[in-house]
Design a protein around this ligand. Sequence first.
Ligand code: USQ
Length: 389
Amino acid sequence: MKILILGGDGYLGWPTAMYLAEKGNEIFIVDNFIKKKIESEFGIKPLFPTKTLQERVKIWNSQTKNKIKFEIGDLLNYRFLNGVMEQFKPNCIIHYAEQPSAPYSMANRERAVFTQYNNVVGNLNLLFSIKKNCPEVHLIKLGTLGEYGTPNIDIEEGWIKINHNGRSDRLLFPKKPGSFYHLSKVHDSANIEFACRIWNLRCTDLNQGVVYGITTEEINKDFENFCTSFHYDGIFGTIINRFIAQLVCKKDLTVYGKGTQKRGFLNIMDTLKCVEIATLNPPKLGEFRVFNQFTEFSSLNELANLVISSGEEIGYHAKKINIVNPRIEMEEHYYNPKNTSLLSLGLKPLKLSKKEIIKNIKFVEKYKSNLNEDLFKPAIKWDLNEKSI
Ligand code: USQ
């Protein structure tokens, strides 16, 4: 397949590019380096020193017959996007190219507006460009499980049948997201569903949980050259990766609030498998298909306890601390999201185990001197103060 990977420099985009190239697909990456710009704004860096995209692609192409191409550019630049589509003519597009941080989107008005403008308009440009250049392409869009929030009913995969006053319909599942970032993905989903309905486009929207992990088979081949951007800070760092970094620094694991919040999560290697499964099983033209992409769910306290007990096996004595929640989110709630679609298409999930956590602790230990403890504090509060408005 000819696969265009938008956001191919990121934590997930780069490993996806290598993984799908290794499977024999022709890969073309686009990225605008917005994450690097935000890193500089906040003075944060990924834990492992990553090579530039240009260097990584050059090294990858010198070592394998499955070459990767790339172009630096922005989805907000419609002319650029059309140029890529005309030149590459993809039959599959994987769209990761969005501002991915919930805290960033909650920092102030400017960053909330930027997040929604960047994500929603970039995605709209993509839909128009698909309609113009390749209406049969399979769009695989990275959405988030956080689009649903924590409703007091089971969470279906994107759609729900509703009976109301004696009539029934199949409607998009109601959304109750928890940040302006998560909202940007809700708006994307609505726009894509509309485009599938009126223009006969086809899309798989992957509502993904919180990803953890450091390595994939391709990264393992040459860690120093191919590692991806692992974050542990309060802007881009996701919870399990943060807990592991905190443990290695012998700091308390920062559980926000009561820690009874439940979240779905998955290993970075399962992200790649899920995306691959989607590429191999495209929906029909006109179909807007939604998969909930996570393999397990549990409470934040349970996650912290698992990281602590894993650390104990190799001599760490960490504890968790329930700090005042910087976010506004439900802490005690019902949670039952469904995830049967990817399983029925053959996903064999990796489980979060002590062994897996210890493996990741050992990677982080090697780069311990790069860890900046100041970045463990939650960077942003959801309850804006006047200055930030
Ligand atoms: N949390 C802590 N302690 C921390 C960091 C986070 O208790 O040190 C809590 C948060 O309050 C939240 C949960 O952990 O309840 C998850 O937070 P997160 O920062 O790991 O993840 P989140 O901001 O929700 O966003 C991440 C990705 C995003 C993706 C999303 C999936 O950054 O791109 O869309 O996970 S989901 O959470 O299902 O929406």
